[in-house]
Design a protein around this ligand. Structure first.
Ligand code: ATP
Ligand code: MG
Length: 499
């Protein structure tokens, strides 16, 4: 008697036949030494840079540098109960982060793990943390502005979408405030913002998060955080991981802005890890690849060509200097790989000129091409006039100027200073900026006492908003026609007439 063939048995046989029964080589490494967030591992000849390794207890790390016999891995988790002699296995995967819409509004660590007490972001996609920068063919010229809402930036050192503008200055001179104000001004715009905190105190990051979330800018913002007490590996990874999160938007034809706060601390982390892994120290004890590290990071910010969707990623890296020394190693590196710098000055900050932007040392190498036409035409002489005023002011200390023309210039300069000063969290819409600059250029502010200017700035937006003639200017401030000019000046007069 023959049994009918059993279909279940046939399926089972087919499955068993597919299982490779031969020997399978698996690399198992051994921890040789552990120190300060770094492990030296032997026995993983196949491991690649940025590959994820698993230590006992599920502790994760990644390959930071390779030598002939050993490799150095940086930990991504607190190192508890890992010691010399422990086994290390390869996860056979490179470092990657969750990306996409789901991250908006969230506070995450550099691996995309939640830090805001909410469940992990529900992201369907992942991207590697190291990605090549767009090639020349894939890029386009920077042509649209990022509106920061800060008059001193938008008028004098405009930042274009796709540009890299360094914010550099001594500690506590309002560097973070400039970047955070730029983020807050995006409430209601199409620009996705990513704020990356590297090696900062927890309280400082908290203040930034509260500022962003308390002012309606959280919907399009991602905060990536690797604070001072985070594993060095996480601090090292933070800017790269956050850039991948930003690129997801850039590559879909959207626009993103990323703030690295700050790259001086990132450089210090890189030095720490390099020295611990025995790399030869170079200038200021930084390893030789520090320039390449930040160059490859900032090159990922770009304006993409129409064929690639026309998206953009703008970078505002922040760097700290000591004693005003812009020519130290890391600052000069960063200056040379960005498209300009906004320099904050401790002297101006102490003299209550805030934002404390040093007009003489700051520059934007592409911004003018991206500036709105109407802003550009009104801001034309501003920088020169203000620089001349600052110079004359120095000499005026030695004795007054009798000359009427000189006096007029001094008066104009003083008003420019008052216009450029701006409180935190008080962004000015582009149309308000144009109205103020126009009034200044036409001499309407020359008789106004400088201490009246803050009040002018606070009442003007509402008066302008009630002006339907300005609708086209609000939508696209490319040029001013006569009707718009007179509407703007009338609004300024109305504002000045208010008690
Ligand atoms: N435009 C401004 N008007 C008034 N206060 C300001 C302004 N900008 C910054 N500040 C204040 O100055 C202080 C320092 O600002 P901020 O933290 O931005 O400086 P920083 O250069 O980033 O400092 P750090 O070196 O510690 O990172 C903060 O208390 C901030 O509120
Ligand atoms: Mg800061």
């Amino acid at each position: 008697m023959t049994l009918p063939p059993d279909p279940a048995l046939a399926r089972l046989k087919a499955r068993v036949a597919d299982i490779p029964l031969g020997a399978k080589a698996e690399e198992i490494g051994t921890v040789l030494a552990i120190g300060d967030g770094l492990a030296t591992v032997a026995g993983l000849p196949g491991a690649r840079l940025n590959e994820i390794l698993e230590f006992p207890g599920g502790t994760l790390g990644f390959v930071l540098s390779l030598e002939e016999e050993v490799l150095h891995a940086a930990f991504l988790d607190p190192v508890i109960g890992v010691g010399a002699g422990d086994r290390v296995i390869r996860r056979d995967a490179l470092l990657s982060v969750p990306v996409g819409e789901a991250l908006l509004g969230r506070v995450v660590d550099p691996l995309g793990r939640p830090l805001d007490g909410l469940p992990a972001p529900d992201a369907a996609e992942r991207l590697p943390t190291e990605r090549p920068a767009p090639s020349i063919i894939e890029r386009d010229f920077v042509s649209e502005p990022v509106e920061t809402g800060l008059l001193v930036v938008d008028a004098l050192f405009a930042v274009g979408r796709g540009q890299r503008e360094l914010i550099i200055g001594e500690r506590q001179t309002g560097k973070t405030a400039i970047a955070v104000d730029a983020i807050i001004n995006q409430a209601g715009s199409d620009l996705v913002c990513i704020y990356v905190a590297i090696g900062q105190r927890m309280t400082a990051v908290r203040r930034v998060i509260e500022a962003i979330h308390g002012r309606g800018a959280s919907g399009l913002t991602i905060v990536v955080m690797a604070e001072a007490t985070a594993e060095p590996g996480l601090r090292w990874l933070a800017p790269f991981a956050a850039t991948s999160m930003a690129e997801w938007f850039r590559d879909r034809g959207r626009h993103a802005l990323i703030v690295y706060d700050d790259l001086t601390k990132h450089a210090a982390t890189h030095r720490e890890l390099a020295l611990l892994s025995g790399q030869p120290p170079g200038r200021e004890a930084f390893p030789g690849d520090i320039f390449y590290l930040h160059a490859r990071l900032l090159e990922r910010s770009a304006k993409l060509s129409a064929a690639r969707g026309g998206g953009s990623l703008t970078a505002l890296p922040i760097a700290e200097i000591e004693a005003g020394n812009l020519s130290a190693y890391i600052p000069t590196n960063l200056i040379s790989i960005s498209d300009g710098q906004i320099v904050t000055s401790a002297t101006l900050f102490a003299a209550n000129q805030r934002p404390a932007v040093d007009i003489g040392l700051s520059v934007s190498r592409v911004g003018g091409k991206a500036q709105w036409g109407a802003v550009k035409s009104q801001a034309g002489r501003l920088r020169l006039d203000y620089a001349q005023y600052l110079e004359m002011k120095m000499f005026a200390r030695f004795g007054g100027f009798g000359d009427a023309a000189m006096k007029a210039r001094m008066a104009r300069g003083e008003r420019i200073g008052a216009l450029l000063a701006q409180d935190r969290f008080a962004p000015l819409a582009t149309v308000t900026q144009i109205a103020l600059l126009l009034a200044l250029n036409e001499g309407h502010l020359d008789e106004v006492p400088p201490d009246r200017i803050p009040a002018l700035k606070s009442v003007l937006p509402d008066i302008l908003a009630a002006e339907p003639v300005l609708d086209t200017l609000r939508a696209r401030p490319e040029k001013l026609d006569d009707a718009e000019r007179s509407a703007l000046l009338a609004a300024v007069r109305t504002a000045l007439d208010r008690p």
